[in-house]
Ligand binder design. Structure first.
Ligand code: ZN
Length: 274
């Protein structure tokens, strides 16, 4: 009974925090409402998070890049936006100071493997080496171990997800908005695709190793802010997850996800991005 009471109070506290921060949300639940059911099995994989409020997570892969990542960090700082960086281990050891700065400024650092291979096609031992070396590099640069993995190309099997989660404690993070910025379509296209695809709970994929992506960001962030979105790290977004219940409430305008690319829910299919 005490446990339920504690969970209920915790849920109320979280709800109150969200209400205070979100612009338009649901009205307070009646006091007799039972606490939200806790999931039986923890969710391991996320490409989108169902949230009550206009929260989104911007994610930047494949860095750090010596020139572009600091530029992006400057921009994020002026906007007071927290993002998530899925870094490549061999880039981390080349520029640990950039990763350290990102972490110090409140951004989340996730594991994106050591050398960007297709994990779905590798032996467990090979995958383990890729992840462990990168985790050690991140720990050495920032003082903290990552808790998130984004598999390169989104390629990972269900079996791999499970053992990686068991062994490393990682949540597997995919995405629901993909501007295909790695094809370098130009900053305006990158910006438009992100604006069109993003809805509350979105995890937006892009790469801080392409100049066009960095050039797209000032306008992208301005427009997302104008739509009322609030930027959080991926772990913060997951912490805001609420059960999907079909109840009417106001949200920022929901736009169909993705700019012409399929949602990466299937787990094995290799993709040219990520
Ligand atoms: Zn990548």
């Amino acid at each position: 009974m005490l446990v339920y009471r504690f969970l209920f109070l915790l849920a109320l506290t979280l709800l109150a925090t969200n209400l205070a921060r979100a612009e338009d949300t649901v009205s307070s639940p009646p006091a007799e409402k039972p606490p939200p059911a806790t999931p039986v099995e923890p969710t391991i994989t996320f490409s989108f998070v169902h949230v009550d409020g206009p929260y989104i997570a911007m994610t930047f892969d494949d860095g750090p890049n010596e020139k572009l990542t600091p530029r992006l960090l400057n921009l994020l700082a002026t906007h007071h936006i927290k993002a998530t960086f899925f870094v490549i281990g061999q880039n981390v050891v080349e520029h640990p100071e950039i990763v350290q700065r990102a972490a110090r400024e409140g951004h989340e650092i996730g594991n994106h493997s050591w050398s960007h291979p297709n994990l779905g096609k590798m032996s467990d031992e090979g995958v383990r080496r890729e992840l462990k070396k990168t985790e050690d590099a991140i720990k050495s640069a920032t003082g903290a171990r990552p808790t998130l993995l984004r598999p390169p190309y989104g390629s990972i099997s269900g079996r791999q997800k499970k053992w990686i989660h068991d062994e490393f404690g990682y949540q597997i993070i995919l995405w629901d908005v993909d501007p295909l910025d790695w094809k370098r379509p130009g900053p305006a296209v990158v910006c438009n695709r992100i604006i069109k695809g993003t809805r509350a709970g979105s995890i937006v994929l892009s790469h801080d190793i392409h100049p066009g992506t960095i050039e797209a960001m000032p306008s992208t962030l301005d427009q997302l802010e104008a739509k009322g979105f609030k930027f959080v790290t991926v772990s913060e977004l997951i912490a805001k997850a609420v059960p999907e219940t079909p109840k009417p409430h106001k949200e920022p305008p929901a736009v169909p996800a993705t700019a012409g690319s399929p949602s990466p829910r299937s787990t094995i299919a290799p993709r040219p991005n990520g």
